[in-house]
Write a protein that binds this ligand. Structure first.
Ligand SMILES: Nc1ncnc2c1ncn2[C@@H]1O[C@H](COP(=O)(O)OP(=O)(O)OP(=O)(O)O)[C@@H](O)[C@H]1O
Length: 234
């Protein structure tokens, strides 16, 4: 079976700034992979390169059976790879429900619809006609995940979804990510909170200076937590 996402020896740039150096990463159907590393190592640039927002010069990005000669945001979504961006990017002058409907614009068929999202996140139904940015941080993150699911993705890239959220909300999101994964959607979780990583991910890739320097299995144990934290400590 083809990988949902495969980066092979990818080099990526912002202008002349060379950020990714021979980046390799694979996510297979249904997998839950964590991409970790200190601030500034290039994790968001991996996402931006898949979307075509950073310039790829050299290497290959494969989505399912396709290789992308020129990555673009709509190509990722059409091929089942959807991003929950860092900072969530909820559209301010749209309601919660309208923000959800935006996610369906790509037109992929699948199980997710507004009523299904409301079953997963009842609070979004309660706030359906409220402006999206009037929600709390945790609720906005649920909305961002719901909007991604509306595209019926095979893989969701979550870029630091718990940044700035209270521990109790992080715990709730962990449960939700596991529910989404249990329904068959693969996850690539970019995260600094290793206690969330051990609860959600089954495998990790650790980055330093624009490439992967370590990878392995994640277990929900103190030892695994300790080993992972070594990759993000400053
Ligand atoms: N638009 C840009 N133009 C030039 N350099 C950039 C741009 N965006 C990010 N960088 C640089 O690229 C490097 C990698 O940044 P990136 O955001 O990918 O790191 P990260 O691992 O996601 O870190 P963080 O956890 O802080 O988000 C950093 O040195 C950053 O300063």
């Amino acid at each position: 079976m083809n990988a949902l996402l495969k980066l092979e020896d990818v080099n990526a740039f912002y202008g002349s700034a060379h950020i990714l150096h021979g980046m390799n990463l694979t996510v297979n159907p249904g997998e839950r992979v964590a991409l970790i590393g200190r601030n500034g190592v290039g994790k968001t640039t991996v996402v931006n390169t898949i979307l075509g927002l950073a310039t790829m010069r050299g290497g290959r990005i494969g989505l399912g059976a396709k290789t992308l000669p020129r990555p673009r945001p709509y190509l990722a979504a059409q091929n089942g790879v959807v991003v929950v961006p860092q900072g969530r990017r909820i559209v301010a002058n749209l309601t919660v429900e309208e923000n959800l409907q935006l996610g369906a614009a790509v037109g992929r068929k699948g199980p997710w619809s507004v009523p299904e999202i409301y079953k997963l996140f009842p609070i979004l139904q309660e706030r359906a006609h409220t402006p999206g940015t009037a929600l709390s941080g945790g609720q906005q993150q649920m909305l961002a995940v719901g909007r991604a699911l509306m595209a019926n993705p095979a893989l969701i890239l979550l870029d630091e979804p718990t940044e700035g959220l209270a521990p109790v909300i992080v715990d709730q999101l962990g449960v939700i990510f596991n529910q989404v994964a249990a329904q068959g959607t693969a996850l690539l979780l970019i995260e600094q909170n290793m206690s969330l990583v051990v609860r959600v991910a089954e495998r990790y890739c650790a980055m330093a200076k624009g490439s992967v320097v370590a990878q392995g299995k994640v277990e929900n144990t103190k030892q695994s937590l300790h080993d992972l934290e070594a990759h993000v400590m400053v």
